[in-house]
Design a protein around this ligand. Structure first.
Ligand SMILES: O=C(O)CCC(=O)C(=O)O
Ligand SMILES: [Fe+2]
Length: 388
């Protein structure tokens, strides 16, 4: 009774202290709750202005005056579209040359006739959208990822460790990260059970995209005059994650980013998006909006590819912008080395006249540093440059 009244009124010194601590704890919890708040809940709360934590510094803000100017560049000035002819051997030399040019100039390209059934592309977009749109946030939260562990599997809204976040603006994005390969990491019971075919579609998509990634690594190796298996041998067994990102409509797209500027940390990313558009690639000092192509797959070179190729092919810097009218969905499939694998420039690509440009790095160390420091464009890979 005494305790109850003294803490409630804060009359005794012990009570005051308890009251202060309680207040501090409550404030901390409110801050945490805010940080954990899903962007979708904010967006559906019908707010006119985005909370301060989502406002980018002026130099990072996208120059959007209204939503219709999001896709402003012409077809000629967009990532190359390459028909890979089902990876048929008769077309291999031609395809290899086109891929080599796209890797050197863009670090990204679309592929068609990749062998993944278009129905499967539609299905994974469909189950992803259904999870985000039709499942109440409280049900989605049953799959919440561990906010203290980077790249943990599940439903999340932020990428960085809490200690890094204090100085980092939050992204206008919710996502679901799935650990899909190797099979020892795949546990579909941790993925949404709604809609009912969700788990089966993600597993099927994972298997198909692994095959595409393997074939692409072969072509990319050959495009540099390397043995077909060179890059895949350097990477070892694929660690594959699939991230479905959902970017709710944003009341102030000119102040925010769906996903801040970064390059992916692994080897190769295969991305599909819906018809809305918002992915941009930084090329020749400007941001270019990638035209959505519903049946093609966008290939994005990631940082370990830049190291293995000794900078002949550079990882693509990219970001996602938001818009005020339509939510947007993308599915990114990342292919990474195991954390224990050491990555260094392929010896075939180095010589006395062309020495290694990057320090060797254990992939696990690279990942930890990326999550601790935050992406900020390409600063993580640039930190490995020799003599820099
Ligand atoms: O949503 C997008 O288009 C980009 C996603 C992305 O870059 C990522 O998840 O790393
Ligand atoms: Fe990315």
């Amino acid at each position: 009774m005494i305790h109850a009244s003294s803490t409630e009124c804060g009359e005794t010194s012990e009570g005051k202290e308890l009251g202060l601590n309680w207040n501090k704890e409550r404030k901390k919890k409110e801050r945490m709750d805010f940080q954990m708040m899903r962007v979708q809940s904010l967006s559906e709360g019908d707010i006119a202005e985005v909370p301060a934590q989502y406002i980018q510094p002026p130099e990072e803000r996208p120059p959007i005056s209204d939503d219709l100017t999001v896709i402003d560049n012409s077809d000629e000035d967009n990532v190359p579209m390459i028909d890979v002819f089902g990876f048929a051997s008769e077309q291999r030399d031609t395809v290899c040359k086109l891929i080599g040019d796209a890797c050197a100039q863009w670090g990204a390209f679309h592929i068609t006739n990749h062998g993944v059934p278009v129905e499967l592309l539609d299905q994974i977009r469909g189950v992803g959208l259904s999870f985000f749109k039709d499942c109440p946030v409280k049900d989605k939260l049953k799959y919440a990822c561990d906010p203290n562990s980077p790249a943990s599997q599940g439903y999340g809204s932020k990428m960085l460790r809490p200690e890094a976040e204090t100085s980092t603006v939050l992204d206008w994005r919710d996502y679901f990260d799935h650990h899909t390969l190797p099979l020892s990491r795949r546990d579909p019971s941790r993925w949404p059970h709604f809609p009912s075919n969700y788990r089966q579609v993600v597993a099927h998509y994972s298997d198909e995209l692994k095959l595409v990634a393997q074939k692409l690594l072969g072509l990319i190796s050959e495009s540099l005059g390397l043995p077909t298996s060179c890059i895949e041998d350097a990477v070892g067994e694929f660690y594959q994650n699939i991230t479905i990102s959902y970017y709710p409509a944003c009341p102030q797209p000119h102040l925010t980013l769906g996903l801040q500027s970064h390059s992916d940390m692994g080897v190769i990313t295969l991305l599909i998006q819906d018809h809305v558009g918002g992915l941009q690639i930084f090329k020749d000092s400007r941001w270019i909006t990638v035209h959505p192509q519903s049946h093609s797959i966008l290939v994005i070179l990631a940082d370990q590819m830049e190291i293995i190729t000794n900078g002949k092919y550079r990882s693509a810097q990219h970001r996602a912008i938001t818009n005020s009218s339509s939510p947007r969905l993308s599915v990114a499939t990342f292919h990474d080395p195991a954390k224990t694998v050491k990555i260094s420039p392929a010896f075939e690509l180095t010589s006395n006249s062309s020495p290694p440009k990057y320090h060797e790095v254990k992939y696990g160390d690279y990942v930890s540093s990326w999550y601790t420091k935050g992406p900020k464009g390409k600063r993580n890979i640039d930190a490995l440059l020799i003599n820099c």
